[in-house]
Design a protein around this ligand. Structure first.
Ligand code: 48F
Length: 258
């Protein structure tokens, strides 16, 4: 016999466990697009305590829609090994151009992130950061439904040794730091430089360089790094996002070691 109340209690207990485990972590990742998912998986696989917050019901960000809803993505040779690592079938289109099914890509990145031990909390938005001694040391979260309904409900707070902004084009977490604090960002002006118009080659080459600690305790990765450093957008080529997620994880792993 199945009892509805037991089903309800199982769900509440299971979620409570994940939430409590996520209150004090090595790394809090804000945004579950391709960069955030790769970063989460790489850190979790290395044994780190990772939580990823995603505003929407589903992770994957801009990857599902490929280019203009044609659900195929392009990845250049440099990042093809990451598709292999996540067991995504990559089809060679021309030298240096691989095609992959965007649904297969998102599903595989998400599966591997959770399977490696990262906690993904969907429908949760990061609305602020926690700061001590001019260092970002956590994030402030709320249900996305509270945000969408514009309800006056106070948030909860998560402590993290490092925070990663992978919120994509709007670079929301860095935006909060810029708006609410005197902390100088490590850009030319100390402020967000803002995304430029399409130039895939330039943008894809720049994104790894711009994946870095933007201010103490806060890293930028993926399209967020491009926006913060004033790089062009690149459209539906995703190698840079995957490589950037890996690089952010590598940098944080070496910081956690030291
Ligand atoms: O936009 P998104 O896919 O970022 P990305 O990983 O990849 C960029 C590409 O998809 C594409 C591109 C490729 O060349 O240009 O745009 O850098 O994923 C960002 C995710 O963050 C979530 C948002 O819903 C999306 O799934 N997000 C944004 N703001 C918040 C957030 C927030 N404040 N709290 C939680 N999640």
């Amino acid at each position: 016999m199945l009892e509805e109340v037991v089903i309800s209690k199982a769900i509440i207990d299971g979620y409570r466990d994940k939430l409590v485990r996520s209150l004090d972590v090595d790394v809090a990742i804000c945004g579950g697009g391709p960069a955030g998912l790769v970063c989460a998986e790489t850190l979790a696989r290395a044994g780190k305590k990772v939580v990823l917050f995603e505003r929407k019901l589903c992770v994957g960000g801009g990857m599902w829609g490929g280019g203009m809803l044609f659900n195929e993505i392009v990845v250049q040779s440099k990042a093809k090994s990451i598709l292999d690592e996540y067991r995504v079938k990559a089809r060679k289109y021309k030298p240096n151009y691989y095609l992959a099914d965007s649904v297969e890509c998102v599903s595989s990145l998400a599966y591997h992130a959770v399977h490696s031990g990262a906690v993904i909390l969907n429908c949760v938005s990061v609305e602020d950061v926690m700061i001590r001694k001019n260092r970002i040391c956590g994030v402030v979260i709320n249900w996305s439904t509270v945000e969408i309904a514009n309800l006056h409900v106070d948030p909860l707070t998560v402590k993290a040794k490092f925070v990663v902004d992978t919120t994509g084009h709007p670079c929301e977490v860095v935006g909060v730091v810029e708006r609410k604090t005197d902390i100088r960002l490590r850009t030319k002006t100390g402020k967000i430089l803002g995304e430029k118009s399409m130039w895939a080659d330039l943008a894809e080459n720049a994104i790894e360089k711009h994946t870095k600690e933007i201010c103490p305790g806060l890293f930028v990765s993926g399209m967020c790094a491009s926006s913060v450093f004033g790089s062009p957008r690149m459209g539906p080529i995703f190698g840079g996002m995957l490589l950037s997620g890996k690089k952010a994880a590598r940098l944080i792993l070496s910081r956690l070691k030291s």
